[in-house]
Ligand binder design. Structure first.
Ligand SMILES: [Zn+2]
Length: 449
């Protein structure tokens, strides 16, 4: 198992780790983003539609909940889940939780974790959990972890959760080595501890002493139960302290991080692997991602495209200081973010422009905001398909742009951040005709102190 995953780091740019992760005989350039799937399919996207996503995702996240009832079928099949679903080349990363679906909490016992399949709760001992992984045969998987205790949990409960997660990890690693089929498969140790710095650091430190292939920091940005995690400044401090405890030669993944500003923040703190439940949530609420990451051309896509001729060199970029980033806005995962536009809004009824002018995706090339508004209003399934193509393409394109900027160095990264952080919802069409679009950079948040 020692060689299940190998990290080849080439450099670091403003804290971001640059390099590649070798797993399953293939290479993922960092920072990497996993395709979000349920039961092996990206929601709303057939394999054919998936081919419209550019760049094509090489690796996918598979939440265990969507597999727990498939164990017998998969065991009989015997060739692993990737081949079973017709994506034999896709690298699968199996996680215990589904970041887009709140799961009931508080069902962990000293012997079992609970996974919620379509038929309800399934209790798994660590050895059963590993047997399930043997049937799935992912490239790597998250070791079983205790339920997150939430931001208000007592230190006693957090300590118990961390202790249980470490005990599950030890039992998982023992069971893992009894299955030769899992010899090339990596185990990700889960870093727990809620909003308690001391428990987070202990969890990271103890997990780092185990023979894991990498680390998954869980429950920090979005609770498994669906509520928000600790505040922005707290979680940045915690993530920095956690990562300081982890060996640099193993990959770090976060689960539940979606917003592009948070992705940039985590990457700068040394996170290598992300997942993409965020574009799925945006699609679910009838939204289209419209933020820019076009750092190379300096031309922001969207309604302001072409209006910024003088800035074509990308010279006007809001400066982002450490303090301002700590001030990153709080979020409620149910409310649209400033990185998307809500196509259900009445103002898009007659808007014949593409979702994001300049976006080369299939949806933007062929359809208008008005058409998507109509599809959403009439509850057509096609709305989800077309929005997914745009949102998934755009989100994975963001990671490709991030990797491209990191290859070029700090100045390119600063330009990318400037473009991303300038995101603001597009102005209503009806507002003051003739006036320039108000897609101006968001004024920097004032820092306290
Ligand atoms: Zn598009």
């Amino acid at each position: 198992m020692a060689m299940a995953m190998r990290l080849k780091l080439s450099s670091a740019v403003a804290g971001c780790r640059v390099g590649e992760l070798l797993l399953g005989g293939r290479s993922l350039e960092l920072p990497a983003c996993l395709l979000y799937t349920r039961g092996g399919t990206a929601p709303n996207l057939t394999h054919d539609n998936l081919e419209l996503v550019e760049p094509p995702p090489l690796a996918a996240q598979v939440p265990l909940a969507s597999l727990v009832e498939q164990q017998e079928v998969l065991e009989e099949y015997g060739e692993g889940f990737a081949k079973f679903i017709g994506l034999p080349d896709m690298l699968l990363v199996c996680t215990q939780y589904d970041p887009a679906t709140p799961t009931p909490q508080g069902f962990t016992t000293s012997k079992t974790v609970s996974v919620w399949g379509s038929g309800g709760r399934v209790e798994l001992t660590p050895s059963r959990y590993v047997e399930l992984q043997r049937a799935v045969r992912p490239a790597c998987y998250q070791a079983p972890a205790a339920d997150d205790e939430g931001p208000t949990a007592s230190s006693k409960r957090e300590r118990r959760g961390v202790d249980r997660t470490l005990a599950f990890l030890d039992a998982c690693l023992l069971a893992h080595h009894t299955h030769p089929e899992l010899s090339g498969v990596g185990v990700l140790g889960t870093v727990q501890g809620g909003a308690l710095m001391s428990e987070r650091v202990r969890s990271a430190r103890c997990t780092a002493t185990r023979a894991v292939a990498g680390f998954l920091v869980s429950g920090l940005f979005q609770r498994q139960g669906g509520e928000g995690g600790p505040g922005a400044a707290t979680r940045s401090r915690i993530l920095r302290a956690v990562i300081a405890e982890l060996p640099p030669d193993k990959p770090r993944m976060v689960c539940g991080v979606g917003r592009p500003d948070q992705v940039l923040r985590c990457a700068a703190l040394g996170v290598d692997l992300f997942e993409s439940h965020f574009p799925f949530l945006v699609t679910e609420r009838g939204g289209a991602l419209h933020f820019s990451y076009e750092w190379e051309t300096g031309a922001a896509l969207g309604d302001a495209a072409g209006e910024e001729g003088d800035d074509a060199g990308g010279s006007v970029i809001p400066e982002v200081t450490q303090e301002e980033e700590e001030d990153e806005e709080e979020e409620d995962v149910r409310i649209p973010t400033r990185f998307e536009m809500n196509l259900r809004e009445e103002r898009f009824r007659g808007d014949l422009s593409p979702l994001l002018p300049g976006c080369p995706c299939y949806t933007c090339a062929h359809h208008s905001r008005a058409y998507l508004h109509h599809l959403l209003a009439t509850r057509e399934l096609l709305a989800g398909v077309l929005l997914s193509i745009h949102n998934v393409t755009r989100y994975h394109g963001f990671f490709a742009a991030l990797r491209g900027a990191l290859r070029r160095g700090p100045a390119a990264l600063a330009r990318l951040r400037g473009a991303v952080l300038a995101a603001a919802p597009p102005p209503p069409l009806s507002s003051s005709p003739g006036a320039p679009p108000s897609l101006s950079p968001v004024p920097p948040a004032t820092s306290h102190g």
